[in-house]
Design a protein around this ligand. Structure first.
Ligand code: CP
Ligand code: NVA
Length: 301
C-alpha cells in the first residue's frame, strides 16, 4: 500500500512505472464507451472516498470515472456535508473513514490536513490538490508532454505568473525528470520553496525567461486558497507575465503551452493563445483520467 502525496517523496523509478502503465491503460480504452469496465478491473470490490473541501471539475470527474472504469465504487462528498465543517478533527475523520473505504482522495486548502489524514489513516491517500501542491496535475503534464513531444529530459520549461501549488509540484519534478525549470514572476509572489537549485532558477523578466523554451506554463492568478486577495491589485502586479502571442514568439517556434484549467482569458493567457493551444489543454485534462488510474493502481501495488 502506498500514498501519493507529493512528487518529491516518490523516486523516479516508481514515477516511471506509473507513467509507463498509463500508456497501457490509455491505449486499452480506445473506442470503448466511457462507462465500460476495464478488461482487468483493478479496483474490483474497492470503495474510494473523494473528499473535496474546494470546487473541482477535472479532478473530481476524472477520479470518479476512473474508479468506475477500474471496477470500483466512489463516494464523492464535499467537506461542508461532513462533520469536518463542524470542526471534527481530520485525524479522527481519517481513522473512521479507514474502516469504511479502501482509499481516500483529498482536496483541501491546508496541506497540513493532508499530512494529518495520511498519518492517521490505514488506507492509501492521494493528494487531489492542496494550497501547497498538485502532484496529479504535474505528473499528468509530464505524461502529456512526452506523449506529444517526446522525453522531457533536458527540455527548457518556463513557468509564468503566479507561482502557486502547481508551480511547486513542477519545482519538485525538475531534478527528478532532469528538465530545466525557470520560474518567471514578480518578486512579491515568489514560490515558498527556494528556487535556485541545479535544475531550477528564477528570472524576473518574462521575455528573457521564455527565450529558447520548449514549454511555457501558466495557471490562474487567483488560486482557490487565495480568494481574499485584491483582484485589481494582483492583476496589475502580474499583467506582464500573461502568455500572449508576442511573448510566445520569443520561445522556440515549436514550443508548447500548458494550462491545467480552469483558465481565464485576457488574464494569465490571451484568447489568441488559448485558441492556438486549447486542444493541448484538453489533452492535459483527458490525461488526468488515465494517469490517475495508474496512480490508484500503483497505490495498491
Ligand atoms: N486542473 C484541475 O485540477 O482542475 P479542477 O480544479 O477542475 O479539478
Ligand atoms: N492553482 C489553482 C489550480 C486549480 C486547478 C488553484 O489552486 O486554484
Amino acid at each position: 500500500m502506498k500514498n501519493f502525496l507529493d512528487i518529491a517523496e516518490i523516486n523516479l523509478n516508481e514515477l516511471r512505472i506509473i507513467l509507463d502503465e498509463t500508456v497501457h491503460l490509455k491505449t486499452s480504452r480506445i473506442e470503448l464507451p466511457k462507462g465500460k469496465i476495464d478488461a482487468k478491473p483493478v479496483l474490483n470490490g474497492r470503495i474510494v472516498a473523494l473528499l473535496f473541501k474546494k470546487p473541482s471539475t477535472r479532478t473530481r470527474f476524472s477520479f470518479d470515472v476512473g474508479i468506475n472504469q477500474m471496477g470500483g465504487r466512489s463516494i464523492s462528498v464535499s467537506s461542508s456535508e461532513m462533520q469536518l465543517s463542524n470542526a471534527e478533527k481530520m485525524s479522527d475523520t481519517a481513522e473512521v473513514l479507514s474502516n469504511y473505504v479502501d482509499m481516500i482522495v483529498l482536496r483541501t486548502d491546508n496541506h497540513d490536513e493532508l499530512l494529518d489524514l495520511e498519518k492517521n489513516s490505514t488506507v492509501p491517500i492521494i493528494n487531489g490538490l492542496t494550497d501547497f501542491s498538485h502532484p496529479c496535475q504535474v505528473l499528468t503534464d509530464i505524461f502529456t508532454f512526452e506523449e506529444l513531444v517526446g522525453s522531457i529530459k533536458g527540455k527548457k520549461v518556463v513557468w509564468l505568473g503566479d507561482s502557486n501549488n502547481v508551480c511547486n509540484s513542477y519545482l519538485q519534478s525538475a531534478e527528478k525528470f532532469d528538465f530545466e525549470f525557470t520560474v518567471s514572476c514578480p518578486k512579491a509572489v515568489m514560490p515558498v520553496k527556494s528556487i535556485e537549485s541545479s535544475h531550477c532558477r528564477y528570472e524576473i523578466d518574462p521575455e528573457k525567461a521564455v527565450k529558447g523554451a520548449d514549454l511555457l506554463i501558466t495557471d490562474t492568478w487567483f488560486s482557490m486558497h487565495q480568494n481574499n486577495l485584491d483582484r485589481n491589485q494582483r492583476t496589475l502586479l502580474l499583467k506582464d507575465y500573461s502568455i500572449t502571442t508576442d511573448l510566445l514568439m520569443r520561445a522556440k517556434p515549436e514550443s508548447l503551452v500548458f494550462h491545467c484549467m480552469p483558465l481565464y482569458r485576457e488574464k494569465e493567457i490571451s484568447s489568441q493563445v488559448v485558441d492556438q493551444f486549447f486542444k493541448v489543454f484538453l489533452s492535459q485534462a483527458e490525461n488526468r483520467l488515465h494517469v490517475q488510474k495508474s496512480i490508484m493502481k500503483w497505490c495498491f501495488s
